[in-house]
Design a protein around this ligand. Structure first.
Ligand code: COA
Length: 330
């Protein structure tokens, strides 16, 4: 049997819509304060898509930036995966809309649903497709228009989310280890702590469902917080073990950007506070886009350099969680 091939990220890109919504703006929408939001979450502002902009539009901008960064044409892509919990429509997939917009004629395309963990799950799926030899080049996108699916009357959730997209181009080859092995998990018994209960086949669209505001994201924040800290910490420890990497070897640690207090708690447990990358202050929680945007920014601002080992970790509805280690090789 052939040895698995090295799979590398050869380009990254991200995009956030123009409109900025600050905590002070939120004070005019729900009963809250900038002080409350910042002290509980670390967030100052988030970006909100224009009414006519859908998730595929945000994802397309991130995709174009990633392809330009990689220096390849869209026609060279064999596979395109979009991670999203805010698709343009139930079907066809948002990935097919992005394919059309960027001209990725030779790619097969699908959406992946793992809530906020989606980008890492998609990265792992694409990596394994490439490592197996089934495809050579893949584009992975995390894109969200969360502003459509949050309840702007619920101060416990509407302050937490923002819109945006991030993307990475993956290809066979490259020096060193590239994208290493993931650790991922799910626990469906806790689905009701973070979900959107209405609008699907369980609780279809009806006047009653809409009157009850079931089409919007619901969350039990305190419980989600605890699980997020435990699962992401465990996942990082397991991913380091699985890849035979010591915590001290990690140059940059990028967690899901959900809340600065969650990030700080993980950093403290792992003893890595000096190497954490965060941008939650600027974008809030952009769900499956968050990790992708942070990775792109960390590369572009020089935090991540060639040869660095980088640890990624995510957590989201389902529950779903995971971690991976990369050797940055470009
Ligand atoms: N402004 C002011 N007060 C608010 C508020 C807001 N935006 N949102 C909630 N409150 C109030 C609550 O009503 C509650 O009031 P009460 O004590 O009178 O009932 C009080 O603040 C405390 O609420 P609590 O839920 O205990 O706050 P918290 O310290 O747990 O912080 C979250 C709330 C949502 C910020 C926090 O639980 C959290 O971030 N959880 C994780 C969420 C997450 O990351 N989800 C996505 C995972 S992918």
């Amino acid at each position: 049997m052939d040895l698995p091939r090295t799979v590398s990220i050869i380009g990254t890109g991200s995009y956030v819509p123009e409109k900025v919504l600050t905590n002070h703006d939120l004070e005019k929408i729900v009963e809250t304060t900038d002080e409350w939001i910042h002290s509980r979450t670390g967030m100052r502002e988030r970006h909100i898509a224009a009414p006519g902009q859908a998730s595929s539009d945000l994802g397309t901008e991130a995709a174009k930036a990633a392809l330009a960064d990689a220096g390849i044409e869209a026609g060279e892509l064999d596979l395109l995966i979009v991670a999203t919990l805010s698709p343009d429509m139930f079907f066809p997939s948002t990935a097919c809309f992005v394919q059309e917009k960027i001209g990725a004629k030779n790619a097969y395309c699908y959406d992946l649903g793992a809530a906020c963990s989606g980008f890492l799950f998609a990265l792992d799926a694409a990596k394994n497709q490439i490592a197996s030899g089934a495809v050579k080049t893949a584009l992975v996108i995390g894109t969200e228009k969360m502003s459509t699916f949050i309840d702007w009357e619920d101060r416990g959730t509407c302050i937490l989310f923002g819109d945006g997209a991030g993307a990475a181009v993956l290809q066979a080859g490259g020096e060193g280890r590239g994208i290493m092995k993931s650790v991922m998990g799910s626990d469906g018994s806790l689905a009701d702590l973070l979900w959107t209960p209405g609008g699907g086949s369980r609780n279809p669209i009806s006047h009653e469902m809409i009157d009850q505001r079931q089409q919007y994201l619901k969350m039990r924040g305190r419980e989600v917080f605890k699980h997020a800290v435990v699962r992401m910490t465990e996942a990082v420890v397991q991913a380091l073990e699985k890849n035979d990497v010591g915590v001290d070897e990690i140059k940059c640690f990028i967690p899901h950007q959900a809340n600065i207090r969650i990030i700080d708690a993980i950093a403290k447990r792992l003893g890595i506070a000096d190497r954490i990358y965060t941008n939650v202050e600027k974008y809030a929680n952009t769900s499956s886009a968050a990790l992708a945007i942070a990775l792109d920014e960390a590369v572009k601002d020089g935090t991540i350099q060639k040869g660095d080992l980088v640890a990624l970790t995510v957590f989201g509805g389902g529950f779903t969680w995971g971690a991976n280690v990369l050797e940055w090789n470009r």
